[in-house]
Design a protein around this ligand. Sequence first.
Ligand SMILES: *[C@@H]1O[C@H](CO)[C@@H](O)[C@H](O)[C@H]1NC(C)=O
Length: 149
Amino acid sequence: MYYTLAALTTFASSAAAIGNAVVLNKCSNTIYAWSVGSSVGAKQTIATGKNFTEPLHSDATSGGIALKITAVDDGLYNGAAQQIFSYSLDGASVWYDLSTAFGEPFLGKRVTVTSSGSPSIEWPTGSNPGGSQVKVGINGVDVVFTGCA
Ligand SMILES: *[C@@H]1O[C@H](CO)[C@@H](O)[C@H](O)[C@H]1NC(C)=O
């Protein structure tokens, strides 16, 4: 397939309107993240003050994407507590959720999922406060998980 320069420019500018899923680390320790759909992405090592960013996308098989976050290196593979920030695109909307598995890696720390202009998920002590955590935002606006917010 061949693209003209004009087509590429159009593509680039439309791509810029796509929102991102962001994992932002404000903790004093390094955290680790994997983007999981029907397959598991590469380990992302996120130092203090840094973030991992991927364009919001769907998986052809799993539909939604789970960003699995641990406070332990290789945590996805060694049974460490996981924070799971998941999202799912639905037309003009993006659904986002926060959960844990195998423990609570941010216990005692505040964690949030925010998207400008839409409802936030807030766990003041890193523990699930109960009730549905699912929120809906706008496809095209960044959805940001913050550890130690
Ligand atoms: C993520 O990191 C990039 C590159 O350093 C930076 O430009 C961006 O503002 C950061 N995003 C957030 C939400 O901190």
